[in-house]
Design a binder for this molecule. Sequence first.
Ligand SMILES: [Fe+2]
Ligand SMILES: [Fe+2]
Length: 267
Amino acid sequence: MESYLNTPIKEVITKFTQVGQILEEYQIGCVPCSVGTCLLKDIIEIHNLSEEDERALMARIAKVIYPDRKIDVPRISRKTGSRTKELKYSPPMKKLVEEHVLIKRWIALIPQVLEDLDLESSEDRQLVLEGVDFIRSYADKFHHAKEEDILFKYFDEKLDIVKTMLDDHTTARGHAKAVSEAVEKKDKEKIVKHLGAYGELLTEHIKKEDEILYPWMDRGLSVKQVGELFSRFYEADQASGQGVTERCVHFVIRVEERIRNRKEVVK
Ligand SMILES: [Fe+2]
Ligand SMILES: [Fe+2]
């Protein structure tokens, strides 16, 4: 069993497909993950399962790998903090979670924006371009930049969980570029495809960061590092200027109002 704990998860799942299904039951999404070189033991630690869940999960995996043998399930030693399930964040991590809230507000509006979209209207084209500006200026340059240039540097960037997040950021940039090009060409199909895909990608990405990545990172940071992060985030925000947040908050409020007003007219 010990050797499987030190095996990349994709190899374990390829050999024993049922292991993937068991992990999914515990909301551990290794099967769709594009990287898959996390070790089984790291996955247990990153997801911070309770002792009880860990024992049950490991016993089921052991049974799949060794169906005819009785296996002593090893307890996985943890490098980091406690096993509480409650999501509590340090001040810098809380700041990132709060930034996600504004990004989620824009994402929540995307399906309606796409449904109402008339590319012959310059107002509608402008709205999509402002949506792309939100993605580039706030979600990417203001928020993702703090993750990439500051937070992730405290960890091993070769870790799958970090690589997956970086890949998501790159994919998101590609969607933003495709949407802005499609507005120029008045290509509605392309806008629907890429803005819709952006919304889906970021929804999953934010969920992973809020529920798995940030709590795991918080458990690994010292008090000194938390303080350092907080001031470095503050400095980064000062450098990017208050204007970005204000502009992007106003954009979201305007789109929310527009959708509310349209719904009232339809009533
Ligand atoms: Fe991110
Ligand atoms: Fe994020």
